[in-house]
Write a protein that binds this ligand. Sequence first.
Ligand SMILES: [Zn+2]
Length: 195
Amino acid sequence: MNALESKVLSSQDEIEAAIETLLKALGEDPAREGLRDTPARVARMYREVFRGLHEDPLKHLETQFSADGHEELVIVKDITFFSMCEHHLLPFFGKAHIAYLPDGGRLAGLSKLARVTQTIAARPQLQERMSAQIADALEQALGARGVMVKLEAEHMCMAMRGARADGSKTVTLVTRGELSDNPERRAETLKLLQD
Ligand SMILES: [Zn+2]
């Protein structure tokens, strides 16, 4: 995405105009009292909710530290995230559970994994792609020997419409490196992410 495109995408005015058009197309009167500030409010909200379009998740992993060759699993569970399904522009939200095997003791701060997850979530997304992008970030920035990302989420597009399967959870799993290839490691890590 070039600079001009990203400027247009995050333009308050453009989004406001689009929301006003949408309200009219739905048969609403954007001038009535309750809706008067809605286009501006929604535009500000969308710019916040989709801020991840203009952020590089890897920037959260620039600060690394070394823990004396700690080569064992690092696991962060229950990272809360909110995202927007790109098929319906409705929220999906839930928990991310992340495990990685550090290379030569190269670690990221634990809170940084939450930041990476939240940046990647703040885009029009698919849960499957989101899982893969988190795994990519850990592989690229830390050179992790293995990565496992499990996301559990509820999709409002399934709850509010269509199947109306409210309360159902979608689980995605992405594994890389040793946590994909080594069956023992993989099984052990999966179990740790489950408990
Ligand atoms: Zn959807």
